[in-house]
Design a protein around this ligand. Sequence first.
Ligand code: PMP
Length: 408
Amino acid sequence: MTDHTTAWAQRFSERMSRVRANEIRELLKLLDQPDILSFAGGIPDPGLFPSERIQASYQAVLSDPELSQQALQYSVSEGYLPLREWLAERMGAHGVACGPENIMLTAGSQQALDLLGKLFLTRGDTVVVARPTYLGALQAFTAYEPHYLDLPDGALDGDCDAEALMAGRAERPLGYFVPDYANPTGESMTTAQRRALLELADATDMTLIEDAAYRELRFAGEALPSLLALDIARSGSIEQARTLYCGTFSKTISPALRLGWVCGPKAVIEKLVLLKQGSDLHVSTINQMVGWRTVTEDYEQHLSRLRNAYGAKAQATLDALDRHMPQGVSWSKPQGGMFVWLRLPEGIDGKDLLARAIAEERVAFVPGAPFFAESAADNTIRLSYSLPTAAEIDDGMARLARLIARQI
Ligand code: PMP
């Protein structure tokens, strides 16, 4: 009998040799046990989905004969025009003067990352990322066989020697950053760091991808200008910008609608549209129409409900960490998003800690190491506070602190 396992492995494309199972997704499968307090899944609180509005929108679209025919039909790869117009206006209100021709809808921002990788990466190209960075972006880009370059800690706080940074690397890198409330750290780049990144991008001729997945979930502090807005402010127009902005409704409406978008120079959008055609033709027409109806009514009110809810959970997490964690553990203080990043004393490995946390304390989180492209800090973990209640957060942090104290 043929050994099919071996036979298939020989037939896969070369690029598949680097495509691996996402450790976190594999891990999450194991956590579906009711007595585990999980801070692992970085998913939105389902209690915050605007379900009634979504239901009303589907109903409105499907009960109108004309709208319904449109909603159930194929549509253009660029995306539903009223939604692109709404997005262009909203981006415009935040310093990104643009038109619908600067926007393409994608199946979540994850697809935008894949298509941007496809558009910009040739094998061996350089992708510059933060340490740590979003694992899903690494997964998307890795299929295009780049080499990663971790931006050294502090590189955006002083003079970064662009030449030394790029020494021995493929020129014209692609940079990927999550400036607002990043996954996994919950941290944001300051305006000065954003400017420094744009300067570095100029010095190295870097194309920038700005992942704004959590940007709307700000519950404290000031809204900072997006990289794209800063880029446009100095380059004069979006057509001169080097930044591609990836947005999503996954965290604000529902991830299941799979509604994301890319905003950038027309020359880039036009090429992305060709790739989108070849990939899946277009985002679900009906979901785009429903998304548009959802955002054009009471959206600000809905957003402020989300911000309050996540803000309260973040505060509960920070309070519980203060209350319970032993000396030697430090953590980020998010002003938005869903994550807190913990740095453990040297020598405590996040992965080992997870195994013990599940076995001994029935509490779960995500180890930090997989979020690093080049060199990992193993003594880190990511906590997501989006799902548990305030009481569960306190209980969970007490359990985790107990375990860490035992390790120290
Ligand atoms: N970027 C970041 C930073 C994320 O955390 C996520 C979701 N985990 C995504 C992009 C992808 O989300 P979606 O495809 O649902 O927009």
